[in-house]
Design a protein around this ligand. Sequence first.
Ligand code: ADP
Ligand code: MG
Ligand code: ZN
Length: 612
Amino acid sequence: MKTKRQQALIYLLVLVAIVVLVIAFLPKGEEVPRKDLSEVIDMINNGEVKLVQINNDQELTITTTQDDQFKSTLLATYGGDFIERLEAKGVAYDVTYSSGFDWGTLFLTLLPFALIIGLFWFILRGARGASNQAFNFSRSRARLFTGTRPTVTFADVAGVDEAKQELQEIVEFLKSPEKFLALGARIPKGVLLVGPPGTGKTLLARAVAGEAEVPYYSISGSEFVEMFVGVGASRVRDLFEQAKRNAPCIVFVDEIDAVGRHRGAGLGGGHDEREQTLNQILVEMDGFDSSTNIIVISATNRPDILDPALLRPGRFDRQVTLDRPDINGRKGILQVHVKGKPLESSANLDIIARQTAGFSGADLANLVNEAAILAARRGKKTIGMVEFEEAIDRVIAGPEKKTRVISQKEKEIIAYHEAGHALVAKRLPNADPVHKVSIVARGMMGGYTRLLPTEERHLWTRSQFNDMLAVTLAGHAAEQLVFGELTTGAADDIGRATKLARKMVTTYGMSDKLGPRTFGHKDELVFLGKEIAEQKDYSDKVAEQIDEEVYSFIHRAHEVATEVLAKERDRLAWIAERLIAEESIEGETLERLFNDPVPAREERIPAEQSAN
Ligand code: ADP
Ligand code: MG
Ligand code: ZN
């Protein structure tokens, strides 16, 4: 902080020095000699004067009969007498009134004020504890928003077919809005792209503009964080003004979480600038009417911390999720990036895709680039499998590596874990249908099983909760059943199951033993938006009973899960094997795995897989 202020001071001093130098070397105004009025009159009387030009600054420019000129400031004011005299003597004259405005003078007059104001500004900035962004400030103000016309299309984005499908509608709207408006359709104003870093959010936003052939304007939420109060908001205004003028178009707000965090969270109050920027974005979006053909796309990898105001209808009410690519997705992304690069026949994209579990789109782009660099450095004309193999290691070991690569053993454990969730969910009557199973890492989770509720629910039954508990614990049960060993991968599940079981007992009165009453009283501190304290309104003896009941709910659920899995041990293996091979399964394929007779082990395992 201190050093930043010192830095600012140094900048200021340098600025002052430059100004002083400029003034010192500024071309001096010509020295204007002073003359007495009588002297001039003498010259006129002597017939030496041909032309007199007079301005309202008491300056005369006199052209003599010898055709030279001199300028003078008169010591005495002249008046009507003087003009009469000129006329009497037949001297031509010309009176000009200058406004007295002169840039140089103005500059010099205002300079001290400007410096003082500048100094105050710096001091105030320092006092506010804001970091020194003064120079960025002027730079960013100067940057005008010019839309680009991206040439990327959906063909350049691979492995995110669902997201592309969802965005297709936006593209069609941008292309021919009248078609939608004629039917009175409400067009989405905002789409939120959610996904881990490097999954192609920015790329996809540009591709939407590219597909629709409309201009693309972009800003990043992180640009605003360090700015002056008011600047972010005015930049947003500028941006939307530009966008409106060039509609239909796309406005892309990258990293919206940087400005769109929960407002007013935390005790110290929000960040003024962020809040103002966010408010301005919302104001702009609310100001769209049905004829505004602007679609605002924003991206985040932290949807959990977003201000709920952003997600309200008429704002970013559409969410499009981008997952890390599965094996087919990775192959597709590799194909996009090797386009135009000469590959050796040895380079097998299928194998590379299989070896790069956990890689994001950005990692794969990077991988192809590294391989090309390696080949070039070896003086080769084509990229071979050796280079790809080496590039994989490099990307994994890269300097700021966040990519988690999953070993074959881990993959197997995760596959059984997820297959366990899926199979139990499928078999229990009160669980929601299974929509998709995947072992592609997502956040801290190894994989995920997505259930799709058939209807919106407002009431839950105890049977539904019990089945849900069993499904939640099924990953753990599968690991135990198959490997006889447990991993940390189930920690999250166990936490959720415990919470649910506890709620069943203490909040919903679903324990027969303890009966229909609530235990504990939670204070919700509104300004924190989180439960912060629990008041215990029961005895220690009851506390023990609660624990016992929670345990028995969980224990029973775990038993149910284990039972289902043990009965279909072979099917569990079959699903897990398919998951290892394909990484994510949904739809018909998934249904077949649930319902078809399980083939014998020798038939199930593809030759390439058993080699691993
Ligand atoms: P994000 O915005 O989600 O962090 P980016 O869109 O910035 O990711 O991706 C960075 C780069 O990685 C892209 O420019 C592209 O080269 C590559 N990339 C990422 N995802 C994909 C994908 N699905 N298909 C093709 N290339 C991708
Ligand atoms: Mg991005
Ligand atoms: Zn799990």
